[in-house]
Design a protein around this ligand. Structure first.
Ligand code: S3P
Length: 435
């Protein structure tokens, strides 16, 4: 990732309309699932961020033809469940946990050998959580530290054994990995999560003609006898990208921001609920659906916030937004406590530590807890030099902090935003200039 340094200065006001880029999670799934479908699909508003481009490159190495039909308009020529071929080189997933975990599920069902690797951050992230259950299904999976860390090598098997499995953590990546492996299993795959993680894979599989049943807290799926139908769709705007502007507008004293075409799947909108509980002025309009996903416009204006406590089922619904919630809490009256968020330690960076350290550097009253954060609001932030740890979400959260801090906030390794939001810096300038 490019070692760009960005300087952010306080904005006098924030005004404007933003169309956030295509959803990262849905873009990955649209590429992978359509690759396994029987025939051609057109995917509009596909996110051209580094993570999703990594998925596309891996699919090409697996023999899946795809091409751009225009900016953000992708055509995938699905090869069918049985049509992938052995990759001639390691599959480089770069910084993308979604790529490595979802592809591992697919590769577990292929009668060939493949290697999955990624950048230094990805090679530190836990893979035992997929290696274990995939082995139970009959795939051979090797990796550093007994399969705990990538590079991973997978020798798949077909059919896999159907699995009944309780996920130890709520994780859409693990759930999706096992649902994809379930497409190659000889019976019913049954999964149970401790909490509700994002359900994009289930929705997309359903839209492609695969029955995914949800009953008594269990998800179940069988290999479809007639394969997957290609699904052409427009990818909704990414709620996690819109979230930066939602928080910016809520905490800024002179702000009015409209976000259009944003995915508002309830398994993703925990931050919206949390901000509303804090007293934020957020309005939804133009509610519709796209590709089986709810979409809406979101208007946010300057708000007076109060601290809240966040725990339990809310946490997986705002898992990627905890650093932003911590920033919002710095501008709230009273104390905010987030608990049950230990998963943040194994994201692109240790986001609990990084958030506490970097907001702390800016002067915030923030404490790192074992499984969360405690923030006391009402202290003015002061610009200084901060680090992104090469983590896209950290870089963007710190940039929003910079809009509110006094003086200059200098963000190291700011090029990390290319992972999920290539237009981020341009949008920030535009909103801050009030156009
Ligand atoms: C994602 C799932 C989440 C999230 C990540 C994207 C996905 O990770 O943090 O940014 O696309 O499935 P986990 O499933 O590991 O919680």
């Amino acid at each position: 990732m490019s070692p760009v340094v960005k300087v952010v200065r306080p904005a006098r006001r924030l005004r404007g309309t933003v169309e956030p880029p295509g959803d990262k999670s849905i873009s990955h799934r649209a590429a992978i699932l359509n690759a396994l479908a029987q025939g051609r699909a057109a995917v509009d508003n596909f996110l051209r961020g580094a993570d999703c481009l990594a998925t596309l490159r891996c699919l090409r190495l697996l023999g899946v033809p795809w091409r751009w039909q225009g900016p953000g308009s992708l055509v995938v020529e699905g090869v069918g469940l049985d049509g992938l071929s052995e990759p001639p080189a390691p599959l480089d997933c770069r910084n993308s946990g979604t790529t490595v975990r979802l592809l591992a599920g697919v590769l577990a069902g292929q009668p060939f050998f493949s290697v999955l690797t990624g950048d230094a951050s990805l090679r530190q992230r836990p893979m035992g959580r997929i290696a274990g259950p995939l082995r139970e299904m009959g795939a051979q999976v090797w990796g550093r530290r007994g399969g705990e860390l990538a590079p991973l090598a997978v020798l798949g098997r077909r059919p896999l054994r159907a699995l009944e499995y309780r996920l130890p953590v709520a994780s859409a990546q693990v759930k999706s990995c096992l649902l994809l492996a379930g497409l190659y299993a000889d019976g019913e795959t049954r999964l149970r999560e401790p909490g509700p993680s994002r359900d994009h894979t289930e929705r997309m599989l359903q839209a492609m003609g695969v029955e995914v049943r949800a009953e008594d807290g269990w998800l179940s799926l069988r290999s479809p006898s007639s394969g997957l139908r290609p699904l052409s769709l427009r990818v909704p705007g990414d709620f996690s990208a819109a979230a930066f502007w939602m928080v910016a507008a809520a905490i800024h004293p002179d702000a009015e921001v409209r976000l259009v075409g944003v995915g508002v799947n309830p398994t993703r909108t925990g931050l919206l609920d949390a901000l509303r509980l804090m007293g934020a002025d957020i309005r939804l309009s133009n509610e519709t659906t796209s590709g089986g996903e709810p979409v809406a416009d979101i208007a946010v204006r300057s708000s007076s916030l109060r601290g809240i406590e966040v725990d339990g089922e809310m946490v997986p619904r705002l898992i990627d937004e905890v650093p932003l919630l911590a920033l919002a809490a710095c501008f709230a009256h009273g104390e905010t406590v987030v608990r049950g968020a230990r998963e943040l330690r194994v994201k692109e960076s240790d986001r609990l530590r990084a958030t506490a350290r970097e907001l702390g550097r800016l002067g915030a009253d923030i404490e790192e807890l074992d499984d969360g954060l405690r923030i006391r609001g009402g202290i003015r932030l002061q610009g200084c030099r901060v680090r992104s740890y090469g983590d896209h979400r950290l870089a963007m959260m710190l940039a929003v902090a910079g809009l509110m801090a006094t003086g200059e906030t200098v963000i190291g390794n700011a090029g990390a935003v290319l992972v999920s939001y290539p237009e981020f810096w341009g949008e920030l300038e535009r909103l801050a200039s009030g156009s």
